[in-house]
Design a protein around this ligand. Structure first.
Ligand SMILES: Cc1ncc(COP(=O)(O)O)c(C=O)c1O
Length: 366
């Protein structure tokens, strides 16, 4: 049996409805910042529960523009986790600021306690990552942020509709940045991103920043960027946003089933603690396992496309050398990078495929 990691072929088997909308767009020529973008922004803000949503051209830019909007730049420090996708840190570096890493907890999200220890007079913002679709401990992070007067930008790129006590991630901080990359839970046909905020000042600034700082066709208010969400991508987003609850619920269903299936593999498999008041959306269904590399090869040999996100934490990447970190600085992230494995956990899996994955893992440890 084959269990593929990517589901795009199945997801877009019948794309006629999207093509019909694209046909209409072609007739209007409304390719940049057209009606579909405004429609998507409205729907997204409603989905997440914020006043505003601003479509941009990637999740990376959702973070970068958020940092620019709050004035982060050269000489500043931004605190984040070392176990994230490079884009989190890339966005910080692109502003000229320095990323300051702090270690994570057993659930892969940043440790609030360690954030507090890492704050210096240069700290300008906190950027927790809701990694794998696991909500970071936002109540604790927000109370530290408030105590130190620091804005929080949430990297929610992997966590559309993840929530704590029914409050979506991305709504705790001043902004939340989301990715619409093809393999995200809510996806488009290429790159796309969106920022949520409840602040009208930040919304106005972000609207300028994403479109060259143009106040109108002829007047430029600030120097900005070209980072618009394409109308074409918004059409795909508008179509799929109607399915996001089903997509998420299916991912949750498979995660719960696999959690149960592995419950008697204690000592071999560590399932992170699932907090009762949190909604995990399982962008990555990721566990810590014994003999990870051997298990990975075994799964691949048996047709299961498991992955590792990621085998090298960012502070140990060559490119991060100028930040002065070394092995041993973040023991939890480092240990996790050696034991984590991501199983296919998407909405197009079948019951048989999920059973097969559980069976193959059990077979490996027997
Ligand atoms: C945690 C995290 N942050 C940021 C990004 C950047 O998003 P994008 O690929 O849309 O630029 C991603 C996307 O993979 C991500 O996983």
């Amino acid at each position: 049996m084959k269990v593929k990691y990517s589901y795009l072929e199945e997801q877009f088997k019948d794309h006629r409805a999207i093509f019909n909308e694209i046909d209409k767009l072609i007739k209007t020529g409304d390719y940049t910042l057209g009606k579909p973008v405004q429609e998507f922004e409205k729907k997204f803000a409603k989905l997440i529960g914020t006043k505003y949503a601003i479509g941009v051209n990637s999740g990376t830019d959702a973070l970068f523009l958020s940092l620019k909007a709050i004035g982060v730049g050269v000489g500043d420090e931004v605190i984040t986790a070392p176990n994230t996708f490079i884009a989190t840190v890339g966005a910080i570096v692109a502003t000229g600021a320095k990323p300051v890493f702090v270690d994570v907890l057993d659930d892969y999200t940043i440790s609030p306690e360690l954030i507090e220890e890492a704050i210096t007079p240069k700290t300008k913002a906190l950027m927790p990552v809701h990694y794998a679709g696991h909500p970071a401990d936002m109540p604790s992070i927000m109370s530290i942020a408030e105590k130190h007067g620091l804005p929080v930008i949430e990297d929610s790129c992997q966590a559309i509709t993840a929530a704590i006590d029914n409050k979506c991630v991305g709504t705790f901080g001043v902004t939340g940045g989301f990715s619409l990359h093809p393999l995200k839970n809510l996806n488009v046909w290429g790159d796309g991103g969106i920022i949520v905020t409840n602040s009208s000042e930040l919304r106005d600034e972000l609207i300028l920043l994403r479109n060259h700082g143009l106040k109108n066709r002829d007047e430029i208010q600030i120097f900005g960027y070209n980072s618009r969400l394409d109308s074409l991508q918004a059409i795909v987003g508008n179509y799929l946003i109607n399915d996001i609850e089903d997509i998420t619920e299916t991912r949750i269903k498979w995660a719960n089933k696999i959690d149960k299936g592995f419950a008697d593999l204690k000592g071999y498999i560590t399932i992170p603690k699932r907090k009762k008041n949190s909604r995990y959306v399982y962008h990555l269904y990721m566990l810590m396992v014994k003999d990870r590399d051997k298990l990975l090869s075994y799964l691949i040999k048996n047709g299961i496309e498991a992955k590792v996100h990621y085998p090298i934490p960012l502070h140990l990447q060559e490119v991060a050398r100028p930040f002065g970190y070394k092995e041993g600085d973040f023991p939890v992230s480092e240990a996790q990078s050696k034991s984590i494995i991501t199983f296919p956990g998407h909405q197009h899996l079948t019951e048989e495929q999920v059973d097969y994955m559980i069976e193959k893992v059990k077979e490996f440890y027997q």
